[in-house]
Design a protein around this ligand. Structure first.
Ligand SMILES: NC(=O)C1=CN([C@@H]2O[C@H](COP(=O)(O)OP(=O)(O)OC[C@H]3O[C@@H](n4cnc5c(N)ncnc54)[C@H](O)[C@@H]3O)[C@@H](O)[C@H]2O)C=CC1
Ligand SMILES: C[C@H](O)[C@@H]1OC(=O)[C@H](O)[C@@H]1O
Length: 254
């Protein structure tokens, strides 16, 4: 069964990792997909090609989500290409691991701007378009297990993920009257570019694996199903929710 047949899905930060898996997962479920990306064109074009190989349409739009204008441009380009916006997956994020006491100001500010401001303006731009269209929509934000627990080298990052989770709770209220649902996914530790260096430390990686009741760290594709579900009408009465996708890591105290 295809859960997103005929829908237009937008995904930010979709040239790699969880965003790419979500974009391809949406296409596997019948959606046309617009992806936002920040850096090199090659990975974004590869994602577009993977979607087209599934028989769906795709566009890639370059832009830094920290700039509010990027959100307006991304939504406008998606509407030009596909006529509407049904789903926004706000995924783009950074996590430059760093100790707290000597954290550089520019690292804090950039992390806040990309992860939290970026999500805010993307969600707002998508919601403005959905309200104009008048037939509801679904917004899924990629928050984190880090919205619920801390990290010694993530003092600038975990507040942004708590903020994204909180943003979905408040926008669920603000947008419910328009039948726009807002939910977040809270991934645990997923093997992607964002933590490649951090998990190159074998001891740390083994520790994280051992903390996970399912016995392995996650793959980007582990997020595709939960994101597609929340985006789809299968979740028609789900809004303001946060879905942990962490192999059980959060509940594993001892
Ligand atoms: N990998 C993990 O263990 C977890 C990741 N997350 C979140 O998942 C999301 C995706 O990250 P991953 O797939 O893991 O890593 P990733 O590094 O593969 O993906 C992040 C994407 O965001 C893009 N991006 C970064 N800054 C951007 C900007 N200013 N404008 C537009 N795009 C930008 C990157 O180019 C990249 O494609 C992030 O929000 C991250 O915080 C949440 C929990 C766990
Ligand atoms: C980047 C980290 O490995 C990852 O990011 C998160 O949000 C998780 O909590 C992991 O720490």
């Amino acid at each position: 069964m295809k859960l997103l047949e005929g829908k237009t899905v937008l995904v930010t930060g979709a040239s790699t990792g969880i965003g790419r898996a979500a974009a391809i997962g949406a296409a596997q479920h019948g959606a046309n997909v617009a992806i936002n990306y920040a850096n090199s064109d090659g990975p974004a074009q590869s994602c577009v090609a993977a979607i087209e190989a599934l028989g769906q349409r795709a566009i890639a739009v370059k832009g830094d989500v920290a700039d509010p204008q990027t959100a307006q441009d991304f939504v406008a380009r998606a509407v030009d290409a596909f006529g509407k916006v049904d789903v926004m997956v706000s995924n783009a994020g950074i996590c430059p691991f760093h100790a707290f006491l000597d954290m550089p100001v520019d690292v804090v500010e950039r992390t806040f701007r990309v992860n939290l401001h970026g999500a805010y303006f993307m969600v707002q731009a998508a919601a403005q378009q959905m309200v104009k269209q008048g037939h509801g929509g679904s917004i899924v934000a990629v928050s984190s297990i880090s919205a619920l627990v801390g990290g010694e080298y993530q003092t600038h990052y975990t507040p942004t993920k708590a903020g994204v989770h909180s943003l979905m709770q408040s926008t669920a209220i603000a947008l419910g009257k328009h039948n726009i649902r807002c939910n977040s996914v809270l991934p645990g530790t997923i093997l992607t570019e964002i933590n490649k260096d951090d998990l190159a430390d074998d001891e740390k990686r083994r520790y994280m694996e051992q903390r996970t009741p399912l016995g392995r760290l996650g793959a980007p594709e582990d997020l595709a199903g939960p994101i597609v579900f929340l985006a789809s009408d299968m979740a028609a009465y789900v809004t303001g929710a946060a879905l942990l996708v962490d192999g059980g890591m959060y509940v594993n105290l001892q």
